[in-house]
Ligand binder design. Sequence first.
Ligand SMILES: Cc1ncc(COP(=O)(O)O)c(C=O)c1O
Length: 425
Amino acid sequence: MSDLVKRGKKVLTPALAFDTQVVAVKAEGCWVEGDDGRKYLDFSCGTAVTNIGHRPPRVVKAAQAQLERFIHSGCIFYYDSLVKLAEELTSITPGDIDMFFVANAGSEAVEGALKLARWVTQRGGVICFRGAFHGRTMGALSVTSSRVHYRKRYEPLMSSVYRTPYPYCYRCPMGQEEGRCSLDCFQYLERLLEQDIPSSDIGAVIMEPVLGEGGYVVPPKSYMERLRELCDRYEFLLIFDEVQSGMGRTGRWFASEHFGVVPDIICIAKGIASGFPLSSFGASRKLMGEWPPGAHGTTFGGNPISCAAAVATIATIREDKLLEKCQELSPWVIEKFKKLQEKYPVIGDIRGLGYMIGLELVHEDKKPAPEITSRLLKLCLEEGLILINCGTWSNVVRFIPPLVVTREELEKSLTILDKAFQRLS
Ligand SMILES: Cc1ncc(COP(=O)(O)O)c(C=O)c1O
């Protein structure tokens, strides 16, 4: 263990859990350099944040330029990077979403979205999904259930939260066979409105269009369409938490585009500013217009440097055609994983969209294999590839390279993974 890690362990709360003991001295593109001189291929992206790589040149330049001008506003004065960012977000978010609040972290965006929905609908009930992760602050935690660990000893949480199963077809919560069901999980949701809470008391449904921390699960399109229809029928506001799945991660600006389903409120964070702290949530002018000045606020939200970085991040994705590149390469990656699956049956399921890919590792009886996953990730790290896990049972390998990854870098990561799987068996 390096001296810095030892010092850190003395002064940093143990609650802050680090995935590796790598001490970073420099990072560029897909690569992180450790204090031991080793170079690591970083496919953790700082937990799905550095979507266009570390220190993207245009982002660094924009942040430096803003740093020379001023650093903070605190909602005292207007500034160009903030307005420009909201304009850019209007151009990339789905449907008629064209007004935004700005904050710092993903959980703050979720808190704000829940508050907006409650304000507008004047209904306190919220429907959320089993297995979802929306953050660690009290409101966001109340709608989180990816692991009990996150909730342990924090009860009581926000009330009037109703949970319905996520359409996790590989492990169907209703015990059905994948692709041969009549969306029984959706019927469960309808039953909830007959038995648990009347629809007139529900203001919002919050969902990750691709389950993130809960295991990188992609729901069926038909489920998403029915959910939209149900929300319209009962006048629920549909909140999509695209904190992890947004900003190009799935090869589209937002994962919801894959389903052709438009939310009423969208939460954005992580990849938005390439690592500068920033989050946002957006809705239509009609909806946002009902929120009067002071109904919500922030001191640090929408920091000018973060906003400048976000504008440059969007420009980079657009100008370098990074979504198109991801769409072109990611099916090839999935094919490569399918080949690996033929060799290593421990890979139970491969799923994902774009570069948001999960490999679910299982025993022969399909029981989750967290110990194997943990060994695999350690072996990859030894070979210089940083990967992280997710899933309720920590048995899903998250494969989340940055959009700027080259075919050679992908090849390298796949070779390391192949070797690691081989060493396991
Ligand atoms: C889907 C989703 N929502 C919300 C959050 C919370 O974001 P933050 O940790 O920035 O508060 C996360 C973080 O992983 C997330 O993946």
